[in-house]
Write a protein that binds this ligand. Structure first.
Ligand SMILES: Nc1nc2c(ncn2[C@@H]2O[C@H](COP(=O)(O)OP(=O)(O)OP(=O)(O)O)[C@@H](O)[C@H]2O)c(=O)[nH]1
Ligand SMILES: [Mg+2]
Length: 352
């Protein structure tokens, strides 16, 4: 999963990238440099499973973070159309927009609107160009797919002209599928991160309300964190981190929530495999059936799928081992129609 971090210059993109990736790239230098890191997804459940099963190796799920010096550049950054959009952005599965809410003169509401307008405009340009191209193809060849595409693109254009992001356009799944290749920006799930001042820690909800009211469940979500403190936290070792968190009066680093939100936005869940060689977290789409999930582990497991043997994380946590779960009747045998649930500990039986 690739997440593109975007925002105006000096909004704290690299600070939050550092916090998420445990890196120490230079911040505040106006360098507009891009960075990339593959980070391990923190998961307390996997940590607990590893503690119980003592495997040789523990493998977390991963997220690819791209700190893109996006939208920085040409001219004054006040009107839509004045910002530059790098190509990298189109490859991201999800966008994370950082808004400066810490500096005395910040205007997050305005900047949020600016970015939405910017993405809508960018998509509009692509659509207008392609409606023309695809119409010509449709006319010349009578190609049904092209005709259909033109119809969908026109519907998208109508939404954009009403200043609606494509995530708000009323589209059926097969329609969305047909235009996926354009990788429009305003259709990507968007996590808006309010980068708040140290003094506003504890007042996250009030900050979100100020810019909120624009969230679209499952498509645009808001999260308030103090990037600076999170970056300092990420640089500490586990022991110091605990003490620092206590001082701040917070329970866990906000980065865990940030990753969690990213997952939720994409409709992703985790299941686990646990054995002596390895305990591992796997990322799948919500609603994935057992054979498909098995395919993530190994393609043979999908091909030769026989059954899935499942223990919920809660039961594994409670009883402590596969054996104890079996004794307690907490071991479930599931077939090919079973939909794997978040937190399932699974053993796939297969035969090829
Ligand atoms: N007080 C405060 N300052 C912050 C916070 N987050 C970032 N800053 C400061 O804001 C400045 C810019 O941070 P960067 O992370 O470099 O911002 P950026 O968006 O990567 O900047 P460019 O790459 O130049 O576009 C730095 O001086 C940071 O220390 C925060 O949560 N609180
Ligand atoms: Mg930067």
């Amino acid at each position: 999963m690739k997440i593109g971090i975007i925002g105006l210059p000096q909004s704290g993109k690299t600070t939050i990238f550092n916090a998420a990736a445990g890196k120490s790239e230079a911040v505040g230098d106006y360098s507009k440099a891009s960075h990339r890191a593959i980070i391990k997804v923190p998961d307390r459940r996997l940590d607990r499973l590893a503690e119980l099963a003592q495997p040789k190796k523990v493998t977390h799920a991963e997220i690819d973070y791209l700190d893109i010096s996006a939208f920085s550049g040409k001219g004054k950054e006040t009107d839509a159309g004045t910002l530059e959009i790098p190509d990298d952005l189109h490859y991201a599965d999800e966008l994370m927009l950082i808004l400066d809410c810490f500096s005395p003169t910040c205007s997050p509401e305005h900047n949020f609107r600016l970015f939405m307008e910017e993405m809508i405009l960018a998509d509009q340009i692509v659509i207008e160009r392609n409606i023309e191209k695809r119409s010509r193809t449709a006319q010349l060849t009578g190609d049904k797919i092209a005709q259909n595409e033109v119809k969908i693109l026109q519907k998208c254009l109508a939404a954009l002209e009403e200043s609606l992001p494509l995530s708000r356009a009323d589209m059926a799944e097969d329609e969305a599928e047909l235009i996926r290749k354009y990788s429009f920006l305003s259709i990507k799930p968007l996590l808006v991160v309010l980068n708040i001042a140290e003094d506003d820690i504890g007042k996250e909800n009030a900050c979100i309300e100020r810019v909120g009211g624009m969230s679209i469940p499952g498509m645009v979500e808001f999260l308030a964190i103090c990037g600076k403190v999170e970056m300092e936290l990420a640089a500490l070792d586990a022991e110091d981190r605990g003490a620092f968190l206590d001082d701040l009066g917070i329970e866990s680093p906000a980065m865990e929530r940030l990753v969690q939100k990213s997952y939720e936005l994409l409709g992703l869940i985790s299941f686990f495999t646990v054995g002596p060689p390895e305990a591992r977290a796997w990322t799948i789409k919500e609603g994935t059936k057992a054979p498909r999930a098995a395919g993530h582990v190994h393609s043979d497991m999908e091909r030769g799928f026989i059954r899935a043997e499942v223990i919920t994380f809660e039961d594994f946590d409670k009883y402590g081992s596969t054996h104890a779960c079996k004794e307690a009747g907490k071991y479930h045998v599931e077939g090919k129609d079973y939909i794997v649930q978040d937190g399932d500990v699974v053993l796939f039986r297969f035969n090829v």
